[in-house]
Design a protein around this ligand. Structure first.
Ligand code: AMP
Ligand code: MG
Length: 324
């Protein structure tokens, strides 16, 4: 028997941000519920602010091995590998520094002394792994605090995409705090998906740019996401692991287009930390495919995305430059 495909869209709140679902399948509400179960499971495992999460348990027991599920073990292992592959610009051991800046609760500028003590606890190479008799153990270095905030949403999206495939979705677009997956064919029988790259301007609802893509993942890290301004300086939730600073420079946002949501989530964070010049080098050289927006309103597009740019989708006040 053939089931008719229906569309269902809804918005929920997880990991301190919104997740929006658009699903075309024979039972789309059920598909979304299956996806929601995955997201809730990820929250239970990885939310370091919830005392019972496995990440919180690793942190509370830092300096010693903590037994965790294989899933948490594999994700921490992947996070450490990504940190290494990205030259340390992405670092999942920044928890002590994140806490000082207080983006989760009450943001403030820490003193130099506080920052340098917290920085002593940063270093992905101090995380150890042990697999024994089918059990899995992770040890954060003494005083360290793991923070998977830079990839947890990407990981949840990886599971969500698997759920979309399992449910035989004709089309699915799921956007989770700056990361969006495009699964199946385009919505409503179209060949492509239109993805808006958010405008960093506070008063703008229209996207800065629209890309027409045939699938994959787009992850964006930007200084407009969680920030505060003091004495004219904008401080945002993305931290430089080498200095502990989170002052935003000329790079306002960077979006990465790739096949894997975890890699995209990590890479957008790492490129944001690297700053405008280095991010543009990465986009021009083919190291990454994506879009960077600077504070003057220039949208830099990597050469392999030239055909994806919707000429009608460029917001007023922006200009597009293809680099490379
Ligand atoms: P995203 O929005 O994906 O760029 O991730 C930002 C989140 O990742 C922050 O809220 C922190 O929890 C965490 N984070 C901040 N800076 C870094 C960094 N340099 N490397 C890894 N995670 C980071
Ligand atoms: Mg990210």
């Amino acid at each position: 028997m053939m089931f008719r495909c229906r569309a269902f869209a809804t918005v929920r709140f997880h990991m301190d941000t919104f997740i929006s679902y658009y699903v075309e399948s024979s039972l789309p509400e059920k598909t979304v519920e299956a996806m929601e179960r995955e997201v809730r499971r990820c929250e239970l495992l990885f939310d370091r602010f919830s005392d019972s999460s496995e990440i919180a348990r690793i942190n509370a027991n830092a300096g010693n091995y903590t037994e965790v599920s294989e899933e948490t073990y594999r994700l921490v292992e992947e996070a450490v590998k990504l940190a290494r592959d990205n030259g340390g610009y992405f670092d999942p051991t920044l928890g002590a520094v994140s806490d000082l800046w207080g983006f989760g609760s009450s943001p403030r500028i820490p003193s130099d002394g506080e920052l340098s003590s917290a920085m002593e606890h940063v270093g992905y190479d101090r995380v150890s792994f042990l697999e024994k008799d089918g059990s899995f153990f992770v040890r954060a270095g003494e005083g360290q605090s793991l923070d998977l905030g830079g990839i947890a949403k990407g990981y949840a999206l990886r599971l969500i995409r698997e759920a979309a495939e399992k449910a035989g979705c004709r089309s699915a677009v799921i956007s989770f705090g700056g990361n969006v997956i495009l699964a199946g064919a385009g919505p409503e029988g179209r060949n492509t998906f239109s993805v808006g790259i958010r405008s960093p301007k506070e008063d703008s609802i229209a996207p800065a740019l629209v890309l027409n893509l045939s699938g994959g993942v787009v992850s964006t890290s930007g200084s407009y996401e969680r920030f505060f301004i003091e004495n004219g300086v904008r401080y945002c939730h993305i931290i430089d692991p080498f200095s502990g600073s989170c002052a935003a420079g000329d790079l306002v946002s960077v979006s990465v287009v790739c096949g894997d949501p975890v890699e995209a989530d990590c890479l957008s964070t790492a490129l944001f930390v690297r700053g405008l010049d280095s991010a543009l080098d990465a986009l021009a050289s083919g190291e990454a495919t994506g879009v960077a927006i600077d504070s003057a309103g220039t949208i830099y597009v990597s050469p392999d995305l030239f055909d994806a740019v919707d000429p009608e989708g460029i917001a007023e006040g922006y200009r597009v430059e293809v680099i490379g």
